[in-house]
Design a protein around this ligand. Sequence first.
Ligand code: COA
Length: 184
Amino acid sequence: MAQEEHAHALEGRLVRLRAWEPADYPELVEMFNDPDVMEGLTAPWPSTAEEEREWIESGRKKGDLMFVVETLADRRPVGALSIGRVEAAPRTGTLGMFVGKPFWDRGYGTDALRVACRFAFRQANLQRIELNVLTVNRRAIAAYEKVGFKVEGTRRRGEFARGTHQDAHLMGLLAEELVEEPEQ
Ligand SMILES: CC(C)(COP(=O)(O)OP(=O)(O)OC[C@H]1O[C@@H](n2cnc3c(N)ncnc32)[C@H](O)[C@@H]1OP(=O)(O)O)[C@@H](O)C(=O)NCCC(=O)NCCS
Protein backbone atom coordinates (compact mmCIF):
# COMPACT_ATOMS: atom_id res chain seq x y z
CA MET A 1 0.00 0.00 0.00
CA ALA A 2 1.44 3.40 -0.92
CA GLN A 3 2.10 5.67 2.06
CA GLU A 4 -0.43 8.20 0.77
CA GLU A 5 -3.13 5.55 1.05
CA HIS A 6 -2.62 5.05 4.80
CA ALA A 7 -5.98 5.16 6.50
CA HIS A 8 -4.82 7.70 9.05
CA ALA A 9 -1.92 10.15 9.25
CA LEU A 10 -0.93 8.72 12.63
CA GLU A 11 -1.06 5.06 11.66
CA GLY A 12 1.89 2.95 10.56
CA ARG A 13 2.35 -0.70 9.67
CA LEU A 14 2.49 -1.91 13.29
CA VAL A 15 1.56 0.99 15.55
CA ARG A 16 -0.60 4.07 15.80
CA LEU A 17 0.19 7.27 17.66
CA ARG A 18 -2.54 8.76 19.79
CA ALA A 19 -3.07 11.25 22.63
CA TRP A 20 -2.39 10.35 26.25
CA GLU A 21 -5.43 9.20 28.25
CA PRO A 22 -5.58 9.13 32.08
CA ALA A 23 -5.48 5.31 32.10
CA ASP A 24 -2.11 5.32 30.27
CA TYR A 25 -0.08 6.88 33.05
CA PRO A 26 0.30 3.97 35.51
CA GLU A 27 1.10 1.43 32.78
CA LEU A 28 3.49 3.59 30.76
CA VAL A 29 5.25 5.03 33.82
CA GLU A 30 5.97 1.48 34.97
CA MET A 31 7.58 0.74 31.57
CA PHE A 32 9.44 4.07 31.68
CA ASN A 33 10.81 3.34 35.18
CA ASP A 34 12.47 0.10 34.05
CA PRO A 35 16.22 0.70 34.69
CA ASP A 36 17.11 -0.44 31.15
CA VAL A 37 14.69 2.08 29.63
CA MET A 38 15.80 4.91 31.93
CA GLU A 39 19.40 4.16 31.02
CA GLY A 40 18.67 4.86 27.35
CA LEU A 41 16.83 8.03 28.25
CA THR A 42 19.61 9.18 30.58
CA ALA A 43 16.89 9.68 33.21
CA PRO A 44 18.68 9.53 36.54
CA TRP A 45 15.67 8.57 38.67
CA PRO A 46 12.16 7.14 38.25
CA SER A 47 9.08 9.32 37.73
CA THR A 48 5.63 9.11 39.27
CA ALA A 49 2.47 8.96 37.17
CA GLU A 50 1.64 12.46 38.43
CA GLU A 51 5.02 13.88 37.32
CA GLU A 52 4.57 12.28 33.93
CA ARG A 53 1.07 13.77 33.60
CA GLU A 54 2.38 17.25 34.48
CA TRP A 55 5.18 16.87 31.91
CA ILE A 56 2.76 15.78 29.18
CA GLU A 57 0.31 18.57 29.99
CA SER A 58 2.99 21.27 30.05
CA GLY A 59 4.29 19.99 26.70
CA ARG A 60 0.81 20.07 25.20
CA LYS A 61 0.34 23.67 26.37
CA LYS A 62 3.55 24.65 24.54
CA GLY A 63 2.34 22.95 21.37
CA ASP A 64 4.70 19.94 21.61
CA LEU A 65 3.63 16.73 19.90
CA MET A 66 3.10 14.18 22.71
CA PHE A 67 1.99 10.70 21.70
CA VAL A 68 1.30 7.29 23.16
CA VAL A 69 2.51 4.48 20.88
CA GLU A 70 -0.04 1.68 20.71
CA THR A 71 -0.09 -1.52 18.68
CA LEU A 72 -2.44 -1.66 15.71
CA ALA A 73 -3.13 -5.35 16.30
CA ASP A 74 -4.50 -5.15 19.86
CA ARG A 75 -4.43 -1.44 20.75
CA ARG A 76 -1.95 -2.04 23.53
CA PRO A 77 0.11 0.95 24.72
CA VAL A 78 3.78 -0.01 24.31
CA GLY A 79 5.63 3.29 24.61
CA ALA A 80 5.61 7.04 24.10
CA LEU A 81 7.12 9.60 21.73
CA SER A 82 7.40 13.37 21.81
CA ILE A 83 8.62 16.10 19.50
CA GLY A 84 9.19 19.28 21.47
CA ARG A 85 11.27 22.45 21.50
CA VAL A 86 9.65 23.42 18.20
CA GLU A 87 11.34 26.56 16.90
CA ALA A 88 8.94 28.81 15.02
CA ALA A 89 11.27 30.23 12.36
CA PRO A 90 13.61 27.35 11.43
CA ARG A 91 10.77 24.78 11.91
CA THR A 92 12.92 22.37 13.92
CA GLY A 93 11.92 20.03 16.73
CA THR A 94 13.60 17.64 19.19
CA LEU A 95 12.50 14.02 19.43
CA GLY A 96 12.45 11.72 22.45
CA MET A 97 10.94 8.24 22.74
CA PHE A 98 10.79 4.95 24.55
CA VAL A 99 9.31 1.51 24.00
CA GLY A 100 8.71 -0.77 27.02
CA LYS A 101 11.42 -3.43 27.32
CA PRO A 102 9.06 -6.42 26.81
CA PHE A 103 8.28 -4.94 23.37
CA TRP A 104 11.80 -4.19 22.11
CA ASP A 105 13.09 -5.53 18.78
CA ARG A 106 9.68 -6.06 17.21
CA GLY A 107 9.87 -3.03 14.92
CA TYR A 108 7.51 -0.88 17.02
CA GLY A 109 10.11 1.83 17.70
CA THR A 110 11.07 2.20 14.04
CA ASP A 111 7.45 2.25 12.90
CA ALA A 112 6.51 4.86 15.54
CA LEU A 113 9.48 7.01 14.51
CA ARG A 114 8.52 6.86 10.87
CA VAL A 115 4.90 7.83 11.58
CA ALA A 116 5.89 10.66 13.94
CA CYS A 117 8.45 12.15 11.56
CA ARG A 118 6.08 11.88 8.58
CA PHE A 119 3.37 13.60 10.63
CA ALA A 120 5.75 16.31 11.86
CA PHE A 121 6.96 17.09 8.33
CA ARG A 122 3.62 16.92 6.55
CA GLN A 123 1.08 18.01 9.15
CA ALA A 124 3.10 20.24 11.48
CA ASN A 125 5.31 21.79 8.80
CA LEU A 126 8.63 20.94 10.46
CA GLN A 127 11.63 20.64 8.18
CA ARG A 128 14.20 19.23 10.62
CA ILE A 129 14.01 16.86 13.60
CA GLU A 130 16.98 16.33 15.88
CA LEU A 131 17.81 14.22 18.90
CA ASN A 132 20.50 13.33 21.38
CA VAL A 133 21.50 9.67 21.85
CA LEU A 134 24.26 7.96 23.85
CA THR A 135 26.82 6.47 21.48
CA VAL A 136 26.52 3.16 23.40
CA ASN A 137 22.75 2.99 22.68
CA ARG A 138 23.14 0.78 19.58
CA ARG A 139 19.49 -0.28 19.48
CA ALA A 140 18.23 3.32 19.38
CA ILE A 141 20.86 4.39 16.82
CA ALA A 142 19.87 1.43 14.61
CA ALA A 143 16.21 2.51 14.70
CA TYR A 144 17.06 6.16 13.99
CA GLU A 145 19.35 5.27 11.08
CA LYS A 146 16.67 3.03 9.54
CA VAL A 147 14.37 6.03 9.09
CA GLY A 148 17.16 8.27 7.80
CA PHE A 149 18.63 10.12 10.79
CA LYS A 150 22.31 10.96 10.35
CA VAL A 151 24.98 11.49 12.99
CA GLU A 152 25.86 15.17 12.72
CA GLY A 153 28.34 15.38 15.54
CA THR A 154 29.41 13.77 18.80
CA ARG A 155 29.12 15.57 22.10
CA ARG A 156 32.15 14.07 23.83
CA ARG A 157 31.28 13.29 27.50
CA GLY A 158 28.09 15.23 26.86
CA GLU A 159 26.03 13.05 29.23
CA PHE A 160 26.41 11.30 32.56
CA ALA A 161 24.70 7.90 32.51
CA ARG A 162 25.25 4.38 33.77
CA GLY A 163 27.45 5.89 36.48
CA THR A 164 29.94 7.38 34.08
CA HIS A 165 30.57 10.17 31.56
CA GLN A 166 29.26 9.20 28.13
CA ASP A 167 29.64 10.46 24.60
CA ALA A 168 26.36 11.31 22.83
CA HIS A 169 25.54 11.81 19.16
CA LEU A 170 23.55 14.71 17.83
CA MET A 171 21.43 13.12 15.07
CA GLY A 172 19.30 15.00 12.57
CA LEU A 173 16.72 14.24 9.87
CA LEU A 174 15.57 16.68 7.16
CA ALA A 175 12.07 16.46 5.67
CA GLU A 176 13.27 15.09 2.33
CA GLU A 177 15.48 12.44 3.98
CA LEU A 178 12.74 10.38 5.70
CA VAL A 179 13.15 6.78 4.58
CA GLU A 180 9.73 5.26 4.00
CA GLU A 181 9.20 1.52 4.18
CA PRO A 182 9.74 -0.35 0.93
CA GLU A 183 6.36 -1.13 -0.66
CA GLN A 184 5.19 -4.69 -0.02
C1 COA B 1 15.37 2.70 21.36
C2 COA B 1 13.98 2.05 21.33
C3 COA B 1 12.92 3.14 21.29
C4 COA B 1 13.88 1.16 20.07
O1 COA B 1 12.61 0.58 20.06
P1 COA B 1 12.37 -0.88 19.42
O2 COA B 1 10.91 -1.06 19.30
O3 COA B 1 13.16 -1.87 20.19
O4 COA B 1 13.04 -0.65 17.99
P2 COA B 1 12.93 -1.56 16.67
O5 COA B 1 12.55 -2.96 17.03
O6 COA B 1 12.07 -0.86 15.69
O7 COA B 1 14.41 -1.46 16.09
C5 COA B 1 15.51 -1.81 16.87
C6 COA B 1 16.62 -2.24 15.93
O8 COA B 1 17.83 -2.29 16.68
C7 COA B 1 18.48 -3.49 16.39
N1 COA B 1 19.32 -3.78 17.53
C8 COA B 1 18.99 -4.28 18.72
N2 COA B 1 20.07 -4.36 19.50
C9 COA B 1 21.12 -3.89 18.78
C10 COA B 1 22.52 -3.72 19.03
N3 COA B 1 23.03 -4.05 20.20
N4 COA B 1 23.28 -3.20 18.05
C11 COA B 1 22.75 -2.84 16.85
N5 COA B 1 21.44 -2.97 16.56
C12 COA B 1 20.64 -3.50 17.51
C13 COA B 1 17.35 -4.48 16.21
O9 COA B 1 17.77 -5.62 15.54
C14 COA B 1 16.38 -3.65 15.40
O10 COA B 1 16.74 -3.61 14.02
P3 COA B 1 16.01 -4.58 12.92
O11 COA B 1 14.54 -4.29 13.02
O12 COA B 1 16.60 -4.13 11.63
O13 COA B 1 16.36 -5.95 13.32
C15 COA B 1 13.78 1.15 22.59
O14 COA B 1 14.76 0.16 22.61
C16 COA B 1 13.83 1.93 23.90
O15 COA B 1 12.86 2.53 24.29
N6 COA B 1 14.99 1.91 24.60
C17 COA B 1 15.12 2.58 25.90
C18 COA B 1 14.91 4.07 25.85
C19 COA B 1 15.77 4.71 24.77
O16 COA B 1 16.93 4.35 24.61
N7 COA B 1 15.18 5.67 24.05
C20 COA B 1 15.90 6.42 23.04
C21 COA B 1 16.69 7.49 23.68
S1 COA B 1 17.64 8.42 22.50
